[in-house]
Design a protein. Structure first.
Length: 150
């Protein structure tokens, strides 16, 4: 599945990440503020794991898509989009996610020719009180002309 439609969508000021199945299922939206892309996960009772707590897998997915969004916008526009392969994703759960909207942003710490290193943070009502953070390492590999990018 190509990530070009997602990169094109992220060039907008705001929108719904409905070009990929999982973010569409979660109802993820985004808003850009300069180079930063803030994702919003609207609360839905179907996202509850244990009673009155947001499921950890949903939080991890939100962090991963925040990283993907930041990386897609950091990659040069004048080069073909490389194939992206997650190498590691380490999530630290800091406090329980409640029954409310959750937000996430990511920062590209290093963008090399073959690997990108990112950090992501998720919060609910106060950015200074994150519910989870993640460190993401993504392999960037060239795409042959016969296969789709991303």
């Amino acid at each position: 599945m190509s990530l070009e439609p997602m990169r094109d969508l992220l060039r907008s000021e705001r929108g719904t990440l409905d070009v990929l199945p999982y973010p569409a299922l979660l109802g993820l939206t985004f808003e850009r503020d300069g180079d930063e892309v803030r994702l919003r996960l609207p609360f839905d009772p179907a996202l509850i794991g244990s009673p009155e707590r947001l499921h950890g897998g949903v939080v991890a997915g939100l962090l991963e898509f925040a990283g993907l969004a930041a990386l897609l916008l950091a990659l040069p526009d004048d080069a073909p989009l490389p194939r992206l392969k997650p190498l590691t994703a380490t999530v630290d759960y800091l406090r329980a996610g409640g029954m409310r909207d959750t937000f996430a942003v990511a920062t590209v710490m290093r963008l090399g020719r073959r690997v990108a290193n990112l950090t992501a943070v998720a919060w609910q009502y106060d950015h200074s009180r994150p519910i989870a953070t993640a460190k993401l390492n993504i392999i960037l590999s060239a795409v042959s002309e016969s296969e789709p990018a991303g």
